[in-house]
Design a protein around this ligand. Structure first.
Ligand code: BDR
Ligand code: CA
Length: 313
């Protein structure tokens, strides 16, 4: 087997973040150098707690977890308790974690790791607002040319927004950071709502997870059942979109996804469309292409992979 791919997971758990972390922890193709945590779905104090609960649920308490930004670069923090519950991880009852938070700040860890490792060998997987990555780029711009790839869950074009008519949550919370990241010059893959709204946690798919019978699988099923109750009402679908695990699945099975290399920029001035992902799918602008924007997913293949991997924990 080739050497495991080195990744940093930047995250704001969140039930779907939790599933993404479990998928990564279960996958020997990936070497998780660290999990950097950011405020987003709930405040940082809770996302930090949740990240560690998930590592312990997976039986991986040695995973390094770093505390990051408490608020976006410019705007006030917006959270999403109505989706994720008051803890951010409502659904299962998980014990208080005992594993430590690393002393180093997440932004310093990102910078130090990218400057230390050989260029083009570390991938950033972003599952939340892009504040930590934006701050790292401000602190040490030379990291941009050393990043192997940034795979981010964020944005929406054909599906519109999920937090305003124009904006997807991760981009909306810190549009300035997202704008910086998209302009940084590193290879970028965007996993937007256009993909994740096709990855629905149907009753059959949740049952397949629960039937594995292990503690991580049952907790995953409970998380998804809590998480989807909001989105089922909102979208009128059987199940809700499973956003963040698409990022990790892309690293494991890129052939599950289809997209186009296009120009993607972020609106940061208009209040009406703040955080809108301006994705030039049809190539109508002459703006420079900067990201592979995904549009479609083999949803059955994706859930088969997720279920098989969570069964390994
Ligand atoms: C994104 O926002 C969060 O609520 C989810 O965790 C996901 O990262 C979807 O818009
Ligand atoms: Ca998230």
């Amino acid at each position: 087997m080739p050497a495991a791919r080195k990744i940093i997971i930047d995250t704001d758990p969140g039930q779907d973040d939790a599933l993404a972390i479990l998928l990564a922890l279960a996958s020997p193709e990936l070497d998780i150098l660290g999990i950097t945590v950011v405020a987003g779905n709930v405040p940082l104090r809770l996302t930090l707690l949740n990240a560690r609960k998930i590592c312990e649920l997976a039986g991986k308490p040695k995973t390094r977890v770093f505390s990051g930004a408490v608020r976006p670069m410019v705007r006030d923090l917006v959270t999403a308790e109505e989706v994720h519950g008051q803890t951010g991880l409502n659904g299962p009852v998980l014990p208080e974690p005992t594993m430590p938070v690393e002393a180093q700040h997440a932004v310093d860890f990102i910078v130090e790791t990218l400057m230390r490792e050989p260029p083009g060998t570390v991938t950033l997987c972003t599952l939340g607002p892009l504040t930590n990555i934006g701050l790292a780029l401000v602190k040490e711009p030379r990291i941009a040319e050393r990043i192997q790839e940034i795979v981010m869950m964020g944005g929406g074009l054909f599906e519109g927004g999920n937090v305003t008519p124009a904006a997807e949550f991760n981009i909306y919370v810190d549009p300035h950071a997202a704008g910086l990241v998209l302009k940084c010059g590193a290879p970028i893959v965007v996993m937007p709502l256009d993909v994740t709204h096709r990855a629905l946690t149907t009753a059959r798919r949740i049952a397949a997870l629960r039937d594995l019978g292990t503690a991580p699988a049952i907790a995953s099923a409970e998380m998804l059942e809590f998480f989807e109750r909001f989105d089922e009402g909102k979208y009128g679908t059987d199940g809700g979109p499973l956003h963040d695990p698409c990022v990790i699945a892309y690293l494991l099975r890129p052939q599950l996804f289809q997209g186009r290399y296009i120009n993607v920029e972020i609106e940061t001035t208009s209040e009406l469309t703040m955080g809108m992902t301006v994705a030039d799918w049809w190539g109508v602008s002459k703006r420079q292409k900067n990201a592979t924007y995904m549009r479609d997913i083999d949803a059955d293949g994706f859930f088969a992979l997720l279920t098989e991997r969570i069964g390994r924990l």
